[in-house]
Write a protein that binds this ligand. Structure first.
Ligand code: NAD
Ligand code: TYD
Length: 340
């Protein structure tokens, strides 16, 4: 496998995987297909833009004609599908966009992969498909009980990919990764939102009692896990990717403020996210048995992430203007008592 299609490769995790993959000289061809939604950003691919093995194509994975044309032009051994509408809070406003990309888009890619003899299809799914896990850890065989339109749509894409293996024999691997942080994450997710708000001395909106728990992976660890699943995973199998961390939102917010030397008084407890999952935790021994293990603990990954945002204001500042302002006002305006 040395020719790759990476969908959603202009986003946070997809672009990190592309940068990591192209550091490997055995990769012969790597094409990114990305719609460049608000979350897609060519600046994330700038470090590889001039690599002769790399090509960028702007297009929608749910558009059959676009995908068919690309598969006629290029030959792919493997497809990695990162493309998704990825933010839970946005899915509460506009579920339709989530179903189109996260379910129908997956179907279009699976069909093209089947028609063109792709050797492996990696569906990048999420630990959120299990829903809230109040105690213990989710195993790959556990039932899916997603809570939000985002996670329900991701569960649809995840199960559809597995069905293509069962029904048509397509070589599919699904990964279910934990919350991921690091450079180039759009500043709507909790970690980069809190960092950029703190840098601007703006309040940090913490939902509910601030005690919802997440596991956290550094983006480089997540990407190495995907490569292990891609190269060594068994067809038709699911692999959880987790770090066994239990970090609640108040812990995250105070750690960010401490790293930036900002006062804890910037924290605002605001009304909760509807359907907010209280805790995620995945058991990832199945992937670890293939040789993966995370290298970054929470303190180290957060320090690296905070340092990156501090040094890259030119990257994130424009993203907080424009469309983001309307989104921010709609989501947080009344919660934070902002004037419109
Ligand atoms: P992101 O929002 O940063 O990037 C998504 C990318 O997909 C963007 O570049 C966007 O332009 C592109 N895209 C959206 N709709 C598209 C479409 N219809 N056609 C083509 N491109 C489209 O997301 P991310 O955080 O990098 O997540 C990548 C994948 O990993 C997603 O599938 C997500 O569900 C999954 N995941 C994310 C996390 C996390 O914590 N961020 C954790 C586990 C799994
Ligand atoms: P987020 O980064 O949106 O990821 P998830 O997909 O797990 O919800 O949120 C991480 C945690 O932080 C989650 O428990 C929700 C919480 N959160 C807040 O308290 N305030 C916020 O403004 C955001 C975006 C998230």
């Amino acid at each position: 496998m040395d020719r790759f299609l990476v969908t959603g490769g202009a986003g946070f995790i997809g672009s990190a995987w592309v940068r990591q993959a192209l550091a490997d000289p055995s990769v012969r061809r790597l094409v990114v297909l990305d719609k460049l939604t608000y979350a897609g950003n060519l600046a994330n691919l700038e470090p590889v833009a001039h690599d002769p093995r790399f090509r960028f194509v702007r297009g929608d994975i749910a558009d059959e004609a676009t995908v068919a044309a690309l598969f006629r032009e290029e030959q792919f051994d493997a497809v990695l599908n990162f493309a998704a509408e990825s933010h839970v809070d946005r899915s509460l406003f506009d579920p339709a966009a989530f179903l189109r990309t996260n379910v129908e888009g997956v179907r279009v890619l699976l069909e093209a992969s089947r028609a063109h003899g792709v050797k492996r299809f990696l569906q990048v799914s999420t630990d959120e498909v299990y829903g809230a896990v109040l105690s213990g850890q989710s195993r790959e065989s556990d039932p899916l009980r997603p809570s939000s339109p985002y996670s329900a749509a991701k569960a649809g894409g995840d199960l559809l990919a597995l069905a293509y293996h069962t029904t048509y024999g397509l070589d599919v691997v699904v990964t279910r990764g934990a919350n991921t942080i690091g450079p180039y994450q759009f500043p709507e997710k909790a970690t980069p939102l809190f960092i950029t708000n703190a840098l601007d001395n703006q309040p940090l909106p913490v939902y509910g009692d601030g005690r919802a728990v997440r596991d956290y992976l550094y983006v480089e660890d997540h990407c190495r896990a995907l490569t292990v699943a891609l190269r060594r995973g068994r067809a038709g199998e699911v692999y959880n990717i987790g770090n066994n961390l239990e970090i609640d939102t108040l812990t995250l917010a105070t750690a960010i403020l401490d790293l930036l030397g900002r006062p804890h008084s910037l924290i605002r407890l605001v009304s909760d996210r509807p359907g907010h999952d209280r805790r995620y935790s995945v058991e990832s021994s199945k992937l670890r048995a293939l040789g993966w293990q995370p290298q970054y603990g929470f303190a180290e990954m957060l320090a690296l992430t905070v340092a990156w945002y501090r040094a890259h204001e030119a990257w994130w500042r424009p993203l907080r203007a424009g469309e983001f302002r309307a989104f921010y006002q709609a989501l947080y305006g009344s919660r934070l008592g902002l004037s419109s």
